[in-house]
Design a protein around this ligand. Sequence first.
Ligand SMILES: Nc1nc2c(c(=O)[nH]1)N[C@H]1C(S)=C(S)[C@@H](COP(=O)(O)O)O[C@H]1N2
Ligand SMILES: [Mo]
Length: 318
Amino acid sequence: MANIIRRPAWFIPDRDITPESAYRNRRRFLAQLGLGAAFLPFLPSATRAADAAASARKGYPYTRNNAFNPAVRLTDESVVTSYNNFYEFSLDKESVRLLTGKFITSPWPIEVKGLCDYPMKIDVDELVSQMPMEERVYRLRCVEAWSMVVPWTGFPLSKLIEKAKPKAEAKFIRFETANRPDQFPGYSNPRTAGYPWPYFEALRMDEAMNPLTLLATGIYGKTLPKQNGAPARLVVPWKYGYKSIKSVVKIEFVATQPKTFWETLGPDEYPFESNVNPRVPHPRWSQATERIVDTGDRIRTQLYNGYGEYVAKLYPGA
Ligand SMILES: Nc1nc2c(c(=O)[nH]1)N[C@H]1C(S)=C(S)[C@@H](COP(=O)(O)O)O[C@H]1N2
Ligand SMILES: [Mo]
């Protein structure tokens, strides 16, 4: 199967990147990638070498699983990494990336706790080495009515849940983002200082176990940039983007439906379930169509963001 995958420009086969070849022999490494000398001036060389070494160390890129591919082109990587909602940094999407300098994402222990037989605290790198990593292309639909198509790298959240063995009483799963007042300028920005930090989200257990639900640690064949939720974030492609919580440090099994960050701020506008649905307008705007961020094209929004085949059964009577 791997042979028939059409590799995008950013796809680098594993065998071409080892930490040594990437670090010690950068020129030959870049030549192997087909990047000419003309490419070199665009980034500081230390950044290039360090990025390549870090990606290689973590085994990126992983093989793409084409089972869920939407029949649409990928959004440009430069747009996905520079147009971000991450209110811990800024309300302004294009500023987020520029404000992540102080954010430390390694080491990154993730705590799995609550109603389960095997609670654990595990570093994200260790988790990656234990989990079945793969790449998947999903649509991402923000409640603000824009959308992207992103190649994520990660593993099905169900695999981690199975390891923790939740008890029968565990009906929901709650997630929390890191709490870093000194690293998140949004905590002290007067417009967002009053928000109920740290960011928190939750899913029903059957939603969390659905094969589509990923814990992502990468995009475009590389580790996640900070602005996209490094080093690990949730991806729930049939729900509005705010359910896909970034920079997760805590995962907790609970018996009753937890509150979420956005539900706390606006229960009528951001309800717990928040499935993408073109027929249910947001109280202040229509959800019938969406704007593709890089092209500006407007397309019709699909029920469950086009993933009904996999998730409609979770919502009988909807
Ligand atoms: N911790 C945290 N997670 C978050 C957000 C946030 O502000 N903080 N924004 C959400 C929203 S509204 C969207 S649309 C997506 C955006 O993900 P992206 O920047 O990778 O496109 O992240 C979601 N996860
Ligand atoms: Mo969003």
